[in-house]
Design a protein around this ligand. Structure first.
Ligand code: AMP
Ligand code: ZN
Ligand code: FE
Ligand code: FE
Length: 309
């Protein structure tokens, strides 16, 4: 890790980035180059249910000016009796990418994603939209296909005006082309990340869409019992008030706070790496706190492939 004194207070980090290994549009190499050109102090590639992008970045070699954490974003099922309409995602940081249980678990989740896409297409076809998985694959290349790729194709074919309209009218939960996918239970997601030596973090709490503050706090207490280590308090959709609120919750429960933009490249063009919609930033200090917490756990695993130098 670079010494804190190597950085001034204005150095930003971005610990939530998607690559072409999932539904981002920049390759790991392009992400490293961009992060370097905008002087980010630390990044993590956190693809949906895959660590192929993170592995590729390690294989390419991390530029010396950037601190890199391995990462993943796992879609999980909330613990009963919690039920809410939004996206429940667990981020895993500084995971050992060679961990066999982690790799096996992710393969299973990727299979589930593959099975889901044709079913979404089938629904759209039944509604009269002529769209095929082959044409989507041709445009997307060898990445892991998901709803954003289907949405992009719908825009290209003139069925809808924008990716977000495609979600709102067809692809989002509750809409006519939505198909649920197999997800793992969150206690298992947390366990797999912990066993791979990683830091499990609750992603973008605002997107859970939990209206009641007490319910959110009870959920977080429950997740902490399961081994959760952090909350993604800094996220472009979090207002300054929300950032404060999530930070307070994290402090009350002895959890780390993390942050990132959820950069996806041109599929989500309004979000810029490192600065979200323009005025967003995540302090470098959060990265340092994560690494500090990890060094204690990590002494035994020095050879692990976690990205921590
Ligand atoms: P999937 O992996 O197929 O479940 O799709 C998840 C991706 O869809 C994530 O990258 C989200 O950013 C994106 N997404 C989810 N809901 C929406 C929405 N309402 N508008 C635009 N993108 C969305
Ligand atoms: Zn995504
Ligand atoms: Fe997410
Ligand atoms: Fe994400």
């Amino acid at each position: 890790m670079k010494k804190p004194s190597d950085y001034n207070k204005n150095v930003k980090i971005d610990l939530h980035i998607h690559s072409t290994a999932s539904d981002g549009t920049l390759s790991p190499l392009e992400i490293l180059n961009l992060a370097q050109s905008i002087n980010l102090g630390a990044i993590s590639i956190t693809d949906h249910d895959t660590i192929d992008g993170t592995k590729e970045a390690l294989a390419i070699g991390i530029p010396p000016s950037i601190n890199f954490l391995t990462g993943v974003e796992i879609s999980a099922v909330p613990p009963p009796p919690f039920s809410f309409p939004g996206s429940f995602h667990i981020l895993g940081y500084a995971i050992n990418v060679d961990d066999s249980v982690l790799n096996q678990t992710l393969v299973k989740l990727q299979e589930a994603r593959k099975n889901r896409n044709p079913r979404i297409i089938e629904r759209l076809n039944r509604m009269g939209y002529e769209i095929t998985l082959n044409e989507i694959r041709k445009d997307a290349g060898e990445c892991q296909l998901g709803r954003p790729h289907i949405a992009k194709q719908m825009v290209k074919k003139g069925f809808v005006q924008s990716v977000s309209k495609a979600f709102d009218k067809y692809l989002a939960k509750g809409q006519p082309a939505y198909v649920d996918k197999y997800r793992i239970d969150c206690d298992r997601a947390i366990e797999v990340i912990l066993n791979a030596g990683g830091i499990p973090v609750l992603a973008h709490p605002v997107l859970l869409d939990i209206k009641n503050d007490d319910v959110l706090e009870t959920l977080i207490a429950r997740l902490k019992e399961m081994g959760l280590k952090g909350i993604e308090a800094y996220y472009p959709d979090h207002t300054p008030d929300l950032i404060v609120r999530y930070t307070e919750i994290a402090n009350r429960h002895g959890l780390l706070i993390t942050g990132g933009t959820d950069f996806h490249g041109s599929i989500k063009p309004e979000i810029i790496m490192g600065s979200g919609r323009g005025n967003f930033s995540v302090p470098y200090e959060l990265y340092e706190n994560m690494v500090k917490s990890q060094n204690i756990v990590h002494k035994k695993h020095e050879s692990c492939n976690t990205g921590i130098k």
